[in-house]
Design a protein around this ligand. Sequence first.
Ligand SMILES: [Zn+2]
Length: 268
Amino acid sequence: MGQVFWVFTIDGDWDEYFRIKLPEARRRPDTARLEQLVRAEIELAKVINGRFVHFVHSSPLVPSFFFQPQFIALWQQIEVGGGEIGVHCHEEDLYLAWYYDNQARMEKAITRQVEKFRENGLTPRCYRGGFMTFSPKTIPILEESGVFLDFSCEPGRHLVTNGQLVSDWQGAPENLYRMAYEDHRKPGGSNIMEVPLGIYVERQSLWSIWQKARKIKRRPGKQIVSVLAHTYDFASWQMKLKIRLALLLLKRYGKFINCRQVLAEAAK
Ligand SMILES: [Zn+2]
């Protein structure tokens, strides 16, 4: 039986972003509403001593919405509480075009977030592509940005939308690994460590979460995987309850840590 470490991650997306039939103005988030949801995340994460990552959304629709002072204050509050913020780029025209393989665009989107966070005294250590997108071309961008952890991997994922490949993690390891420069799905010699997805709270029943936790615990050696939820979940008391129960259950099988601690564990 191995030692298990969980990283609880919340992707900072809201419902309307995904409703492409709405006019653009109505797809944008409401400031007060999103503030309220992030506060609910902070409150719920107390059950794991604040050790969570909020992945800050940016996209062509809202490139800098979450840089508003009230959000920066919340990101700082998350860090003070033992959590962290991460970079979460949805570089896409939703369901039509995907730019995760466009190095110039990705570099602009990632460095814009990283620089804004650092200007405000925040320490981004991790990245996750929207829809779990990732390209090997992103590896040098992350290295140069000093963001050494990636959370885009869902082992086995092969997402094709309208005939276009959106996300491919076929054959990827199910435990923390150092990425190969030439293929993000393979272990190798880059400076980027991948924390694969272990538990997908919305998609799995509590029963399936329990079984998966037991399975991960049975694997030999140290296990470091992520647990995924989204900001829009925090609009529903049923989903908040499910997340709380999932976290309490997972605590019985492993320890929740933040990215700083993942990097320390990886270096051991
Ligand atoms: Zn997202």
